[in-house]
Design a protein around this ligand. Structure first.
Ligand code: GDP
Length: 202
């Protein structure tokens, strides 16, 4: 897929205030600092469409961007940030879960995982929550440039082994690097193909 246009539409904390038009939508989520903003900027060929985080956890908003005037890319807040107050953490969790439960236009989520890290309970829990709520998702491993190619393969195998202790199969996954532009075409082609598959619903 070629990106012809990518524009910011709206930010809010209320799923009911998200854009009401019926376009397929893909949500990007992961722990703070996982490389989500960099990935979104890589995918859209923009330097700063998504703001790379100087202060993790600061912007807890659902951010809608419209791509090629025919699908939405949604930048969700990073989870796992501990320095927010208890009350703001609660709001964060509720509006995120409400978004996933209520957003009819959501076609699929992308759960970002730093490829260098061993499976983290919070990420595993979040993926379990998605599957319990029948929300399709893919894993996006980020920062692949930080490892040698062989280590990339080993880390994926290790991740898979842990997931398969509880999952029947490994979810669909992508290996990416925003610094080295890896995985961009694969992700965009996946979205393009999925848009074709779901076009009758929109
Ligand atoms: P976010 O908090 O998930 O939005 O993460 P950012 O995109 O702001 O990135 C967090 C940090 O990781 C920044 O210092 C980025 O420069 C760095 N980073 C993001 N993606 C990559 C990548 O693909 N490779 C490398 N080496 N660093 C990355």
């Amino acid at each position: 897929m070629k990106i012809k246009s990518a524009e910011f539409v709206i930010s809010n904390q209320d799923v009911n205030k998200c854009p009401s038009n019926n376009l397929p939508e893909y949500a990007f989520i992961g722990r703070s600092n996982v490389g989500k903003s960099s990935l979104i900027n890589m995918l859209t060929d923009r330097k700063s469409l998504a703001k790379t985080s100087g202060r993790p956890g600061k912007t807890q908003l659902i951010n809608h961007f419209i791509i090629n005037n025919n699908w939405y890319l949604v930048d969700l807040p990073g989870y796992g940030y501990t320095r927010v107050s208890k009350s703001s953490k609660k709001i964060f969790q509720k509006f995120i879960t409400s978004y996933f439960k209520q957003r009819k236009q959501l076609v699929s989520a992308f759960v970002l995982i730093d490829i260098r890290h061993k499976p983290q309970p919070l990420d595993l829990k979040f993926m379990e929550w998605l599957s319990e709520h029948i929300i399709p998702f893919s894993i996006v491993f980020t920062k692949a440039d930080k490892l040698k190619p062989k280590a990339v393969g080993n880390h994926i195998q290790d991740y898979k082994a842990v997931l398969l202790e509880t999952w029947e199969e490994m979810p669909n996954f992508f290996i990416t690097s925003s610094s080295k532009i890896i995985g961009k075409d694969e992700l965009l082609n996946y979205i393009e193909n999925t848009n074709m598959e779901v076009k009758d619903q929109f």
